[in-house]
Write a protein that binds this ligand. Structure first.
Ligand SMILES: [Zn+2]
Length: 413
């Protein structure tokens, strides 16, 4: 089933584990096909013989799979080039318009949606303020309406939709553990979007999706191992180890906002009393600004307004951002010491305030972190900045398409 006017591309993205020998054989072939498609995406235009060489597959297998991809409309053959020594191999390229993916980053303050074609070109963007939800059903309905409106704006020009990614803050349980561990929020969103669109829906933790976005689109593309901090209303972390997102046994890795590096004496919803998030986050900055009476009691403000005051030299505002930077530095120093990543990348909504906290954060890091470890780690602001979240949701779908599936090849051999 799908919304009127919205075309879908089935089978390009599959999430289910095959469980019969026949299905396993088909799955193995499908994974190979997507590996070929990925080689075409990365290196195209590329000849079949070159694909075979890069993947270590035999040429007849590659040729058969490329023929299928051309028939499916996913790959395009270039004109054969004639040279003095005869016909040259026909190169093939990815057809970026064969499908599109949609991503939604549901933040506490704003929700951003992106539609992207297979080649990574953004075809549409929609941003709305996020309301406060009183139930999982209300949140699910709102996301459903958001996606319906977004798609209807672009219905006439979009390539067929292959899948949708949705990023949520906090605990998310991975789809393959659905029978034991789905939160009501995830269930609501998945069910409603699947009913509407009939394509696979992946809901995951925002910082973990952001890590994939950094691998696909950002300045992290060259790193093998890095941590990315999502600094928004709260703070979370995505961890990439050897180019794989580390999610933890139950999918909860990276809840860095709840380590006890914030100010003491502030009860947190997690049960802690000194969570990092009470200081090193947008909500933390806003809390400190309220306590310092930085603005009149009836004024609505955000951490961005506190940054504006700091830029003008307001001593209280500078002090608040210094407290933010100090807490953040303790967290980054700990991450560096534990993981020895090549880089710690700062991303999310409040990296647009990095001019008011970055230098103090680095001073604190240098004062408290083992220099040998700190010196070999890049500390950088993501070039994706506040788009890191929504790009991550699209990257998650592209990653599943081009890596064949989340199922490693060994699992179906
Ligand atoms: Zn907490």
């Amino acid at each position: 089933m799908s919304l009127p006017g919205i075309r879908t591309r089935q089978v390009l993205l599959l999430l289910n584990n095959p469980d019969s020998p026949a299905e396993r054989t088909a799955e193995k072939r499908r994974i190979r096909k997507h590996q070929v498609l990925d080689a075409i995406r990365r290196y195209g235009p590329i000849a079949r013989v070159e694909i075979a060489r890069k993947l270590g597959f035999n040429l007849p297998t590659v040729s058969g799979l490329v023929d299928e991809l051309v028939r499916d409309g996913l790959a395009i053959e270039s004109e054969p080039r004639r040279t003095a020594i005869g016909r040259r191999p026909i190169p093939v390229s990815l057809n970026p318009h064969a499908a599109c993916v949609l991503g939604v980053d549901l933040g506490k303050i704003v929700t951003v949606g992106l539609i992207m074609n297979l080649g990574g070109t953004i075809l549409g963007r929609m941003e709305k303020s996020t309301p406060t939800f009183s139930s999982a059903a209300e949140q699910g309905q709102w996301v459903q309406d958001f996606v319906r409106e977004f798609l209807s704006q672009h219905a006439e020009t979009l390539p067929p939709l292959a899948g949708v990614g949705v990023a949520l803050p906090g605990f998310i349980y991975r789809p393959e553990r659905a029978e034991r561990h789905l939160t009501p929020e995830v269930e609501e969103i998945q069910r409603r979007l699947e009913d509407d669109l009939g394509v696979p829906i992946i809901v995951d933790n925002d910082a973990q999706m952001m890590a994939l976005g950094a691998l696909w689109f950002g300045n992290a593309a060259d790193y093998q191992t890095f941590c990315i901090l999502n600094i928004g209303y709260g703070i979370g972390m995505g961890t990439v180890i050897d180019r794989v997102v580390y999610q933890g046994h139950f999918g909860h890795a990276g809840e860095i906002g709840h380590i006890p590096f914030g100010e003491a004496g502030y009860p947190c919803y997690c049960g802690g009393h000194s969570c990092l998030e009470n200081t090193a986050s947008g909500s933390g900055v806003e809390r400190m600004a309220r306590e310092a009476a930085l603005f009149p009691a009836d004024k609505i403000f955000s951490a961005l307004d506190v940054a504006d005051l700091a830029r003008k030299g307001d001593a209280k505002a500078v002090e608040i951002w210094n407290a933010f930077a100090t807490a953040l530095a303790r967290a980054i120093g700990t991450v560096i010491t534990l993981f020895n990543p090549q880089a710690v990348i700062l991303a999310g909504r409040y990296t647009r305030c990095s001019d008011v906290f970055f230098d103090h954060m680095m001073d604190q890091l240098r004062a408290t972190t083992f220099p040998a470890l700190l010196n070999e780690t890049d500390i950088v602001v993501s070039d994706l900045k506040e788009n890191a979240g929504p790009l991550g949701t699209c990257a998650c779908i592209l990653h599943h398409i081009f890596s064949a599936s989340h199922i490693p090849a060994v699992a179906v051999v």
